[in-house]
Structure formats: structure tokens, C-alpha cells
Design a binder for this molecule. Structure first.
Ligand code: PLP
Length: 457
């Protein structure tokens, strides 16, 4: 008999979880204005709000922290981090930042001017925010297949080369760079193929443009290339990462995802002019160049985390747990973005709560129902997250309306996955009794989903 798959690590330290009653949760969610970001963490049993900064560090990472060098300038922890990044990506210039959006802020301050057009594949919300707040435009060139959640194609995160070429043919002079998000978070944690990265590179070269990878989950992307794309099955994850980044000019990174740390980010590039340009904004916004918003010990932990996560054993354990949960949802017939992506399940809320009109935000309603059912906290990735159109100020109902259940790295067991699956099944079974959603009573202009106040209808 073939041995079953199991984790490539064992547990050395545990953190107690608090369970609650439905009655308590009804009170708490009301006090939180039906916004799950406003809940206190001890009001949550299993937290699937995000996989950002929620992972467990290894004993090697904690050990590295003790060796962190807190020198203001020239910290050895910075050079340890820089050398690791250069070894994995091939990028020579590195600027640490306090998280991914700070990397965007620093680099885009140099590159994005009013009226600019930045094409890409479903820009992440902070990325879009940093483009639109500079009076520039983010143009989504994701393949149409990503919109059909039930279609099983291996690389649903891809850039549509025809759409991208059209943007460049019409507006090349306004495009400062192309941005490719690996994996494509907003489209459901879907990977981008190596072939597609090559195509984007070729189009960029044709128009003399540069390419940035928004790389928060680049290791997950490499794992999918290894398991789904012809010719990569016997390559190491590090070899695949190196090839992926060979098609980019630079990267922004949220280290809170595939860096396996709780806080941090960086910019890396092969171009001295980008480095020189970004430097001018790093110092006032983040700090001196060899720490840029990070502690020495945190840079040391990140260096080890990057090294550790780009090993097959670790990344396979991570992806296989997400696939385990997906298989349980299949048993119950619950529709989610297929095939499951790297870091989360994206439940297709429009299909589950099909009686709730778009104007009443089905995915947010499903998130509330799942919390009431079992104290599980998910996140709406849908019409609320999409913000309003910057010109018309109308809600944007054009995209998908998903409930994202993120899986933290190395935190929960498959027993927790079973609880999530059954709780969702219970809500799914009574979906026809849920006929009204929520309405917005207070919101901000940009990135409203963090602070929006809602009322239950
Ligand atoms: C998380 C994330 C960011 C922003 O990073 P933070 O560390 O949260 O600031 C940018 N892009 C993608 C794809 C992300 O997932």
C-alpha cells in the first residue's frame, strides 16, 4: 500500500484556540458592523481571513532571529537577506520595506505618474490603490477563463497576450511597466504559466517596456508550474523560480506570504536606474537602505524563510493542505473557483446565495453566515473589495463575488479543514432560507473593505 501524504514538519509549540456559542457570535458580528475585519481575534475560532503574516515560523527562523544584526547601516542581516534574494531571483539590487504595499509605494513613487496606464493580470487591491491614487489607471488583461469559476484550466491566472498587446499598441507611450501578479490573487490564487511569462516578456520587449512581478506567492506559482506544465516535473523549485524571474525586470514582494514571516517586504531589480530612483523614496518613507522598515532580526528570519519555502517538501505540504480542503468541498458539491489555487479556497458566492441581488453583496453575506455557523472568519473578495469606479463613483459589479477562505501556512491541521468544510456545508444546505444580504452605511473612498460599516437587511 502506498503511504499517505503527510506534513514535512512536526509541531514544537502550540497556541490555544477559543470556541464560542452562536449567541455570542451574533452579538459580536453586530458590534463589528457586519465587517469581519472589525472582529477581535479571540472572537474567531478558525481564522481564514488572510494568509498574510499569519504563518508559523520554523525553529530555524526563530534561531536566525537571535542572530539578527540591528545596526542602523550595513547590517549583516541585510546582506544575508540580499544574498538569498539574489540567489533565488537573480536580482542584484534589493530594498527592504515594511510590507508589500510599502514596496509598491516606494517603487511606484518613482515610476507611476498621473495619466499612466499599467496593464496586468487582476491587480491586487493595494497595487490598484497605489496606481489609482496617483491618478493613473490599472488595466486588467487577465484571460477570460478566470471569470468562469467552474472551468478547469491549469493556468487561470495568465495574462491574455491579445489584451495586453492591444493596450500597448494603443497607449505604449503611457505605459511605465507591465505588472504580472504571481499567483494571481484576485482571480482566485490562480497560477501563471512559464509559457505565459515568456509571452509577456516578448510583448514587453517588442514595445521596449519593463515587467514587474508582484511576487507575494511566487513559490506557490513555481509549485504549480512544476506539477502542471510540461517539462518542469523534475526541476527543483529554486530552478523554476530562477527561470520565472529571468523574464522580469524587477519585483515587489509581500514577505508576509511566501516569505514565511509575519511582517516584511522588499523591492528587487536588475536595473540600477530603478534602484537609484526607488532609493530616493525609500529613505523618507521607509528608512535607511539596509533596513527599510524592517528589524535586523526580521530580515534574518526572512532570509531563512525564503530559503526554506523554495524547497519542494515545504511548499508541497502547503499546497496539498489547500487541495485537501477543496476535495472535501467537492464531496458536498460546494462551488468554488476551480481548480483550487495556492493559498485559499474562493467560494463562488453568487452561485451559493443566488437569491441575493448583487446590490446586497452575496459574498459578504456568506462570510457573515459562515462566521455565525462556526466562528470561521473568511474574507469577501468581491463587490465590496472592488471599490467604486473612480470616475462614475458607481459600485463595480463586473467581476466575481467570492468568499475567500485563506489557509495560514503551517498553522492549522487537516482536522480544522474538516470543520471548515462541514460548516460551509451546513450553510450551503440552508442557502434557500438566506434571501437578504447587507447594505453599506459608511465607507471610505479607497480600500473600503477594511473599514466599511454594514447593516443586515
Ligand atoms: C498581500 C499582497 C500585496 C500587498 O502586500 P502587504 O504585505 O499586504 O502590504 C500585494 N500584492 C499581492 C498579490 C498580495 O497578495
Amino acid at each position: 500500500m502506498e503511504l499517505p501524504f503527510a506534513e514535512s514538519w512536526k509541531i514544537k509549540m502550540v497556541e490555544p484556540l477559543r470556541k464560542s456559542t452562536r449567541q455570542e457570535r451574533e452579538q459580536w458580528i453586530k458590534e463589528a458592523n457586519y465587517n469581519l475585519f472589525q472582529l477581535k481575534s479571540d472572537q474567531v475560532y478558525i481564522d481564514c481571513l488572510t494568509d498574510s503574516g499569519t504563518g508559523a515560523m520554523s525553529d530555524r527562523q526563530w534561531a536566525a532571529m537571535m542572530m539578527g544584526d540591528e545596526s542602523y547601516a550595513g547590517s549583516s542581516s541585510f546582506f544575508m537577506l540580499k544574498d538569498t534574494i539574489t540567489r533565488i531571483t537573480g536580482f542584484e539590487y534589493v530594498i527592504p520595506t515594511h510590507q508589500g504595499r510599502a514596496a509598491e509605494n516606494v517603487l511606484f513613487s518613482h515610476l507611476v505618474t498621473p495619466g499612466a496606464i499599467v496593464p496586468g493580470n487582476s491587480h491586487f487591491d493595494t497595487t490598484k490603490g497605489h496606481i489609482e491614487s496617483r491618478k493613473a489607471f490599472a488595466v486588467d488583461c487577465t484571460v477570460d477563463e478566470a471569470k468562469d469559476t467552474q472551468l478547469e484550466v491549469p493556468f487561470k491566472g495568465n495574462v491574455d497576450p491579445v489584451k495586453l498587446e492591444k493596450v500597448l499598441a494603443e497607449n505604449a507611450d503611457k505605459v511605465p511597466f507591465i505588472i504580472v501578479t504571481i499567483t494571481n490573487n484576485t482571480a482566485g490564487g490562480q497560477p501563471v504559466s512559464m509559457e505565459n511569462l515568456r509571452q509577456v516578456r516578448a510583448i514587453a520587449d517588442k514595445y521596449g517596456k519593463r515587467v514587474i512581478f508582484d511576487s507575494a506567492r511566487f513559490v506557490e506559482n513555481a509549485y504549480f508550474i512544476r506539477t502542471r506544465e510540461e517539462g518542469y516535473g523534475d526541476k527543483t523549485i529554486k530552478e523554476i523560480c530562477k527561470e520565472m524571474f529571468s523574464y522580469a525586470d524587477g519585483m515587489t514582494m509581500s514577505s508576509k506570504k511566501d516569505g514565511l514571516v509575519n511582517m516584511g517586504g522588499f523591492i528587487a531589480t536588475r536595473h540600477e536606474d530603478w534602484y537609484e530612483g526607488a532609493k530616493r523614496f525609500c529613505i523618507p518613507f521607509e528608512g535607511y537602505l539596509t533596513y527599510g522598515g524592517m528589524n535586523g532580526r526580521d530580515m534574518a528570519a526572512l532570509a531563512v524563510g525564503l530559503d526554506e519555502n523554495t524547497e519542494l517538501d515545504n511548499i508541497e505540504t502547503r499546497i496539498r493542505q489547500v487541495q485537501y480542503l477543496a476535495a472535501r468541498l467537492d464531496e458536498f458539491g460546494i462551488p468554488y473557483q476551480r481548480p483550487v489555487g495556492g493559498h485559499a479556497i474562493f467560494v463562488d458566492a453568487d452561485k451559493v446565495l443566488d437569491q441575493i441581488p448583487k446590490e446586497e453583496f452575496p459574498a459578504q453575506t456568506l462570510a457573515i453566515e459562515l462566521y455565525l455557523e462556526a466562528g470561521i472568519r473568511g474574507c469577501e473578495i468581491g463587490y465590496i473589495l472592488a471599490d467604486r469606479d473612480p470616475v462614475t463613483r458607481e459600485n463595480r459589479f463586473g467581476g466575481l463575488d467570492l468568499l475567500r477562505l485563506c489557509i495560514a501556512r503551517r498553522v492549522y491541521t487537516n482536522n480544522h479543514m474538516d470543520v471548515i468544510a462541514v460548516a460551509l456545508k451546513n450553510v450551503f444546505d440552508r442557502r434557500h432560507e438566506i434571501t437578504r444580504g447587507v447594505k453599506i452605511v459608511w465607507e471610505t473612498e479607497l480600500m473600503r473593505h477594511f473599514t466599511v460599516k454594514l447593516e443586515r437587511l
